[in-house]
Design a protein around this ligand. Structure first.
Ligand code: ATP
Ligand code: MG
Ligand code: MG
Length: 383
């Protein structure tokens, strides 16, 4: 097992936590990204490549040095992944990454497999007339979304009425677009699914809280949701991931509606923010699970259980360069026993994911109580 070499496209925080898991098993990860990227900072060997994870030539070079190529980000060149897949394993499959990186194509695919998603309409052009038609079809508000290159809500624009058309087109008009019917959700749920050579396994259902389309908090397991709905969400997430090709972990985001029905929001073909809690809360983390699945190392469903209720709070950058470190230092000083993760991204920038903190406790109520001072510190620093 430890003779295998993994090639990784992208060396951000997800790559960094993946490398932590690989390091514990003596597995070498060759990373393609800029020098000193977060993942490279904790991985000292001669096998890394410096450059863009979008550069086909660099990807081809990387692929010659490893047994399996994987990604920490879906915004990569799938033409070159398709090409190299005749020489080296690419996990998950380039077909999966290609389908998922276009959020509209992803939803069409899910609907073909009878997996419920928010109603989605492709936009022919980006004019106020196009938006007018969408408004007539699915009503207001609706969410205008970029089909590609979207993350942390940068690619979303809530359109409340025709008064928002100009601002929406100014923000997103240069990108390929589609529109989504507004989901009046009572909660957002997420499940990390592990696709192995033998089938799909799932972590428990968690609750995610977003602010301005950016994930802020994750409660694991989800609060105030019946056992039945928790199980239905796991089943839906497994069904959704089973529609795709290849191995690895997938983050499945869902909307829980008032009548307890579930819609898929989107799927990420990689470790995911909603699965960070698994590092402290579960026998094996989403990063361990990703590594094991792509290398055919055994995983048991029982290893994906939550040992103790947990809450994860993202450390998002604010206006000052030192804001994330301030949040971390003050949170450590609060002495509530949170595991603090900083990603090594340098100066804080507004709304950039700079780190996260996870607390576990015997009950969710105790975890919430312990988390309160960290929420207060975060609000205080971020203003
Ligand atoms: P990520 O960082 O998870 O990849 P993203 O930029 O791809 O995010 P989405 O997941 O599409 O963006 O949306 C981000 C958030 O915006 C959702 O978690 C939800 O809170 C809100 N949102 C998205 N689509 C809708 C919708 N159709 N109706 C209501 N709210 C929505
Ligand atoms: Mg997304
Ligand atoms: Mg999302």
């Amino acid at each position: 097992m430890d003779k295998k070499v993994v090639g990784l496209l992208g060396g951000g925080q997800l790559g960094r936590m993946f490398v932590e898991a690989a390091n514990r098993l003596n597995i070498q990860v060759n990373i393609l990204d800029a020098a000193k990227s977060p993942a490279k900072q904790i991985s000292s060997h001669e096998g890394h490549f410096e450059g863009s994870f979008k550069d086909p030539e660099a990807i081809e070079k990387l692929s010659k040095t490893c047994d399996v190529v994987t990604v920490e980000i879906e915004h990569v060149d799938t033409q070159i992944l398709e090409k190299i897949s005749s020489q080296v394993a690419v996990e998950p499959s380039w077909k999966t990454i290609r389908m998922i990186q276009d959020k509209y194509a992803q939803k069409e695919h899910l609907q073909e497999y009878n997996v419920a998603t928010a109603q989605s309409i492709p936009l022919a052009g980006a004019t106020t007339e196009d938006l007018e038609k969408v408004g007539e079809q699915i009503g207001f508000p609706f969410m205008l979304k970029s089909r590609t290159e979207a993350y942390d809500g940068r690619g979303n624009f809530p359109v409340k009425s025709s008064a928002d058309f100009d601002a929406a087109l100014k923000a997103l008009g240069s990108r390929p677009l589609y529109a989504e019917k507004w989901a009046n959700f009572k909660a957002e749920l997420a499940v990390m699914v592990v696709k192995t050579k033998d089938g799909v396994l799932a972590y428990p259902t968690v609750e995610t809280v977003h602010e301005d389309s950016i994930c802020k908090l994750v409660y694991a397991p989800a609060r105030n949701v019946s056992k039945k709905v928790l199980e239905q969400a796991q089943e839906l997430a497994k069904k959704a991931v089973a529609c795709f090709w290849g191995k690895g972990v997938f983050g499945v985001e869902m909307f829980l509606l008032d009548d307890d029905s579930l819609l898929i929001n989107e799927i990420a073909p990689r470790p995911h923010n909603s699965g960070h809690y698994t590092i402290e809360a579960c026998p094996i983390s989403q990063y361990d699970a990703h590594l094991r699945s792509i290398l055919d190392i055994p995983i048991q469903q029982s290893e994906l259980r939550i040992r103790e209720p947990s809450i994860m709070l993202n450390i998002l950058g604010a206006s000052t360069p030192e804001s994330a470190v301030q949040i971390a230092e003050r949170s450590i000083a609060a002495g509530v026993g949170a595991s603090i993760h900083l990603y090594g991204k340098g100066d804080s920038r507004a709304n950039r994911k700079m780190g996260h903190m996870t607390l576990t406790a015997p009950t969710m109520r105790e975890a919430e109580k312990a988390m309160q001072p960290l929420l207060d510190i975060t609000d205080d620093v971020r203003g």
